[in-house]
Design a binder for this molecule. Structure first.
Ligand SMILES: N[C@@H](CCC(=O)N[C@@H](CS)C(=O)NCC(=O)O)C(=O)O
Length: 207
């Protein structure tokens, strides 16, 4: 099996972080995102969403969408569990994973894609008003996450889950957009710093 990936981008980093937490090492093929390699007819024919990352299995099956890839590895390597181990834990991980993806990661990504010079290759045309609105949405979601983390070590409670990985990889990658725990967000800062210390964070964002 082979992971089609591109270094240091947020969705690829989510899978790298997840694999490192599970202790899984697999073959990787680099796809040159900023050269538009993922837009080639060959890549589009290979990967259903035409995006990075994607997992190609030995029987030719291709799994795209980073969370679907993580779910494959959760099923094939159940420990440590990162999607919850009881019905209620699984529902809560799903709830927080979706919230972190749809309500935080996406606004962050959209603010980049619609306002930043380097995103012109990815988003054409850009809608700067929409991008600026997504910045204020992101800032409000970070304030809410700070409140949520007041009495928890991790987003779903006491255990690391894929929801933490989604939120951390978004915040870590998009820091060049100015996103970071603010001075009056001590809970978010504590959580972010403890995530950054994990060896998996270093593996996902290795220079
Ligand atoms: N929902 C997808 C998003 C994947 C995605 O957008 N990946 C970026 C790189 S991190 C990409 O391929 N961008 C190419 C483009 O937008 O043209 C996932 O979670 O895998």
């Amino acid at each position: 099996m082979k992971l089609l990936t591109t270094n240091k981008t947020p969705s690829a980093a989510r899978v790298d972080f997840f694999l490192a937490e599970k202790g899984i090492d697999i073959e990787r093929e680099q796809v040159a995102l900023m050269k538009g390699e993922h837009k080639s007819p060959e890549y589009r024919a290979r990967v259903p969403n035409g995006r990075i990352p994607a997992l190609e299995l030995d029987d030719g099956t291709v799994i795209c969408e980073s969370i679907a890839i993580c779910r494959y590895f959760e099923a094939s390597h159940p420990t440590p569990t990162l999607f919850g181990d009881t019905p209620i834990a699984q529902a809560q991980v799903e709830m927080w994973q979706r919230m972190m993806e749809l309500e935080l990661f996406m606004p962050m990504a959209m603010s980049y894609r619609h306002t930043h010079e380097t995103a012109k290759l990815l988003e054409n045309p850009q809608f700067s008003d929409f991008g600026e609105k997504q910045r204020s949405v992101t800032e409000s979601r970070l304030r809410r996450l700070d409140r949520e983390l007041a009495d928890k070590d991790f987003i779903t409670g006491n255990a690391l889950s894929v929801a933490d990985i989604t939120a951390y990889c978004g915040l870590r990658f998009f820091r060049f957009m100015g996103y970071k725990p603010a001075d009056d967000q001590p809970n978010l800062r504590r959580w972010f710093d403890s995530m950054a210390e994990r060896p998996a964070a270093q593996a996902a964002f290795a220079e």
